[in-house]
Design a protein around this ligand. Structure first.
Ligand SMILES: [Zn+2]
Length: 375
């Protein structure tokens, strides 16, 4: 959470992260200082940044609409101080789909930039460009007529910057998509991640030498983004083809709906289990999480029967579900454990530890890979 909804476009909620106003404060100070009076520059800065973020939303919408065409779902677009992020479920994976989706954003920014440049040429004399550049670089008096050229140039810059071949920029995905046409997806990602990290080091060193804090921040952001994308794909490649039945715990402690909560607390203290299935015979009727237990203790005391406080709505998985997909759903929902149920019969729990174990085993003993299809 930590964000406010602004509008909904084509079913996609557009939200503003709570840290977003920081960029407005920065803009007010940046544009206000050196202007007389200060507030005129400050207002110019705030207006220009708000308009710039309208363009950023158009950039993210362009990505999102192409992704939706290829069957992805876009949960939301979030505006952060350093830019926008479209949260997608399942990024399209065929190389040409990823290529088109990644190019859509920079193309949108580029078109806006070119369009606004033409509008500037049409509305103002040619010398506005030099006057504007002078005012920006040397702190000359800002005029509202500089709004258009400013937005034109920043949109063109956005298009160019996002095409840098490094994750998490669009160019990183473009690079991976191109590489993935001649090598496997995992190798293409690993190579694109390396290139992104090298580029981040370059940007960071440049920032250090030129004492540009902003550039150093961007370098850190690029480095972290590249590394994260690499891990995600590593996980996906490792878990590819594995099923829930190969990873879940078969004999977790289960409790009965009539058991008192104190019994669950005893079980928690005895072992490492934190989530408890609630069963009648081999039928699963509820789930009790660690937070549920703590809340139940606080609100009802230790004698309350389990059925009064258990969760009745929860995710379940089948033994043949895809492990990577379930891992994604677990990390999205924040669940620590999911019950495994087959034709109404409770089989066991799939926990985060199980997933980590599976990942470690498969990475350490790649020979397990060959057993995947026979298991
Ligand atoms: Zn983009």
């Amino acid at each position: 959470m930590g964000s406010l909804k602004l509008v909904t476009v084509k079913g996609i909620p557009i939200r503003m992260h709570i840290t977003f106003p920081l960029i407005l404060v920065w803009a007010a100070i940046q544009f206000g200082s050196g202007q007389n009076p200060f507030w005129r520059g400050a207002v110019f800065g705030i207006v220009v940044v708000v308009l710039l973020f309208v363009c950023v939303v158009l950039h993210e919408l362009a990505h999102s609409l192409v992704a939706i065409q290829f069957g992805s779902r876009v949960n939301e677009i979030v505006l952060l101080p350093l830019g926008g992020v479209a949260q997608m479920e399942r990024v399209p994976e065929r190389p040409y789909q990823e290529l088109l989706m990644s190019l859509a954003g920079p193309v949108a920014s580029g078109l806006i930039g070119v369009g606004l440049s033409f509008l500037t040429l049409f509305l103002f004399p040619l010398r506005i460009w030099t006057a504007f550049l002078q005012a920006i670089s040397s702190g000359g008096t800002l005029s509202w007529s500089y709004l258009l050229p400013y937005l034109a140039i920043t949109n063109l810059f956005l298009a160019g910057f996002n095409l840098l071949p490094a994750f998490p920029m669009d160019g990183g995905r473009v690079l991976r998509a191109i590489l993935a046409t001649v090598m496997p997806y995992g190798r293409a990602t690993a190579l694109a991640v390396r290139i992104g990290q090298v580029l981040a080091w370059g940007l960071g060193l440049l920032g250090l030498f030129s004492r540009d804090v902003f550039l150093i921040l961007v370098a850190l952001f690029v480095y972290a983004g590249a590394t994260q994308e690499g891990r995600m794909v590593q996980l996906k490649t490792a878990l590819a083809g594995l099923r829930v039945r190969q990873a879940y715990s078969h004999s977790p402690q289960a409790v009965h709906p009539e058991d008192p909560l104190s019994h669950v607390v005893d079980l928690m203290l005895e072992g490492f289990q934190s989530d408890f299935p609630v069963c009648e015979g081999d039928r699963l009727v509820g789930m009790l999480t660690r937070t549920g237990v703590l809340r139940g203790l606080k609100e009802h005391g230790p004698q309350v029967p389990v059925h009064q406080i258990m969760q009745r709505n929860f995710l379940i998985v089948g033994p043949d579900d895809d492990l990577f997909e379930i891992q994604q759903r677990m990390s999205e929902s924040g669940a620590e454990a999911i019950p495994v149920v087959d034709a109404g019969t409770f089989l066991g729990l799939l926990t985060r530890q199980d997933l980590e174990e599976a990942f470690r085993l498969v990475t350490v003993y790649p020979s397990l890979l060959s057993r995947r299809n026979t298991l």
